[in-house]
Design a protein around this ligand. Structure first.
Ligand code: ADP
Ligand code: MG
Length: 604
């Protein structure tokens, strides 16, 4: 079976269902033709009466067995193989297009077929046709498919797709492939979900956490949104268990109030200790300030960053910090680990933090937070691997107008910027690059800075590789009018007076990035504007983006444009990993597959 394993590898597949989902693209039919059909592919029994070479071509004269008629064929690049195959007196089943020339039947370059009356699947893969056919023949049968969790009807449909028994079945398959992929979509979703579930590993928790949170919630200066509540309830349920450590991802748009969920987490953990790790010092500091402000005084909060520490982290109830935490030798063994903006950390870093807090096979409860909304369909899939909570609403409606603008709008834009600054509001202008590049048809940060510095005071400049980035952002927050930056500001720092953002070359950025940038303004409910500057002729994607503010809808929009092959960030997105399933539109198939998987679980 070594050989089969190699073939699986070449096909980049791992499971039997993966193989089954590679269905034939078409079929070869070797059923003998009942009548001669001129102009069409015919399959005929014939005997060689004469064969001769003339000028490198092999001319063969056949006699058709059923009718006795003569048929002549020419092989243009005849090889010794042809010569040997079509020896005088040999009988064949020949297949090819039948023509008539001056009353004589002709078939040029016919194939000699081994067996008549078969419908042979044609696969389009990296393998040779024979290899793929024999793999399918060897591994695919109804029993195997049912063992993989399919019901017998589904298995039968797949078997019929690979090995149709007759013309009717073949026609049926062709119709199915052209119109109704529901069955295949379902099987593909099911196969994918099963793989994810197989990867999930659960461990017992160090402690069951059941701290009281009512007083904390009652003392907040606002009431929690219903989504914040329900996420907190989910977390309470997760963490009350000792047999299984919580493993949950909370996904919520910028400004959806995830910090309150984190603080509630620390309350539930109390009197046990918790850790909260953030990707930048600025974010850690912000979380620390909020923790001190909103948590009851009995909760001791500590801060750990490079070059700055507050409180005694060994004893604190909630330890907040950056990755500097990972290098502390004497971190206490906490009962709850939380990571904000989890995608900004490598998986090694996240694991390390979890391991620091693990004992034998017992693990801390683990909550991750992400401000990158994902499409519902993707969340449905990923929830097999890690529990998912989505927060789709924000505590207060942000009022942000989004406009796509061009060169001729710059005059008005300058006027608007002056108005905002006069109100002591702040402006962010995002450039695609730090330095000029011939590949990008826009000004760079360095080229543009003179323009702004001449016209405005308190202009600050920073970018991703800038070592003083955080320092500059802090100073800008206090006294800046305009911040010129690259997409560094994507990270969730809060600049409450920011009310206007301009994105230069917006069509070059993905919708998720644009959404993050737009999320920088109007943090405290101030009316705000987002201008997407683009010199592209027409941009449907940006126009659609301008019409919605909900991150989850934008994630869905992004998918739609991706699957229609739109160009993002200068490259064509080819990351389609499913053969049949389209995450942008096939929620129903995914739901059906999830239901089936849930049923499997009850059975086993
Ligand atoms: P996120 O981390 O999800 O981007 P934050 O937790 O920073 O969002 O919350 C954004 C702002 O909304 C903060 O100023 C926070 O104090 C405030 N906030 C959070 N929850 C509520 C609520 N239920 N009602 C009113 N304001 C809230
Ligand atoms: Mg946050």
């Amino acid at each position: 079976m070594q050989e089969a394993r190699e073939l699986f590898k070449k096909l980049k597949i791992r499971t039997l269902l993966d193989l089954a989902l590679i269905v034939p693209v078409s079929y070869k039919d070797t059923t003998l033709s009942a009548d001669l059909e001129i102009g069409k592919i015919n399959t005929l029994e014939a005997k060689v009466e004469e064969a001769k070479y003339i000028g490198g071509k092999l001319h063969v004269h056949f006699k058709l067995l059923r009718t006795g008629r003569k048929l002549s064929s020419v092989f243009f690049h005849a090889t010794p193989y042809h010569h040997k195959t079509f020896s005088i007196g040999s009988c064949h089943i020949i297949q090819g297009r039948l023509e008539i020339y001056k009353g004589y039947l002709q078939m040029s370059q016919p194939k000699s077929i081994k067996e008549a009356g078969k419908i042979i699947p044609v696969y389009k893969t990296v393998l040779k046709e024979d290899e793929m056919r024999s793999l399918a023949a060897r591994y695919l049968n109804e029993k195997n498919l049912c063992d993989e969790g399919l019901e017998s009807l589904e298995a039968a449909i797949l078997m019929r797709m690979h090995f149709p028994k007759n013309k009717e079945e073949k026609l049926h398959n062709e119709r199915l492939l052209a119109q109704d992929l529901m069955g295949l979509k379902f099987i593909e979703a099911y196969n994918h979900l099963k793989k994810l579930r197989g990867k999930r590993m659960d461990f017992p928790a160090l402690h069951a956490l059941q701290g009281e949170i009512d007083t904390f919630i009652q003392n907040l200066p606002f009431s929690l949104t219903s989504e914040q509540y329900s996420v907190i309830e989910q977390i309470q349920k997760d963490m009350a268990r000792k047999d299984k450590a919580a493993k949950r991802m909370v996904v919520g748009d910028v400004g959806s109030g995830k910090t309150m969920v984190m603080l509630a987490g620390a309350m539930i953990a109390y009197p046990y200790q918790s850790i909260l790790m953030a990707p930048t010092s600025l974010l850690a500091l912000q979380l620390y300030e909020e923790a001190c402000k909103y948590l009851p005084k009995k909760i001791a909060v500590a801060l750990v960053m490079q070059g700055k520490e507050e409180g005694e982290y060994q004893k604190a109830d909630l330890i907040i910090g950056t990755h500097a935490l990972l290098y502390k030798e004497d971190l206490p063994q906490v009962a709850l680990v939380m990571v904000d903006e989890q995608h900004r950390f490598g998986s090694k870093q996240r694991q390390r933090l979890e391991q620091l807090a693990s004992r034998e096979e017992k693990k801390p409860h683990y909550l991750q937070f992400s401000a990158t909304p994902i499409p519902r369909t993707q969340a449905m899939m990923e929830s097999e691997l890690i529990d998912m909570s989505l927060i789709a609403t924000t505590p207060f409606e942000k009022e942000i107008e989004t406009h796509v603008i061009k060169k001729q709008d710059i005059g008005n834009l300058l006027g608007h910027i002056k108005e905002e600054i006069a109100k002591r509001h702040q402006v962010l202008i995002v450039y695609p690059l730090v330095q000029q590049s011939s590949e990008v048809p826009y000004q760079s940060l360095e080229e543009a800075r003179g323009f702004w510095e001449e016209r405005f005071s308190h202009v600050y400049v920073t970018h991703g590789k800038d070592k003083e980035k955080e320092e500059i952002l802090l100073r800008f927050r206090e006294e800046g009018n305009i911040l010129l930056a690259t997409t560094v500001v994507e990270v969730g720092i809060s600049l409450p007076r920011l009310t206007l953002v301009v994105v230069v070359g917006a069509e070059r950025l993905g919708l998720a990035t644009l959404h993050q940038l737009r999320g920088r303004v109007g943090r405290n409910g101030l009316k705000s504007w987002c201008y997407l500057y683009s010199n592209a002729e027409k941009n449907v994607r940006l126009e659609r983006f301008a019409q919605t503010a909900n991150g989850f809808e934008i994630a869905k929009l992004d998918l739609e444009f991706r699957s229609s092959g739109d160009i993002l960030d200068g490259t064509i997105q080819s990351g389609q990993k499913f053969r049949w399933l389209d995450l942008a539109s096939d929620e129903e198939s995914i739901q059906l597959a999830k239901n089936r998987l849930a049923k499997d679980k009850v059975k086993s």
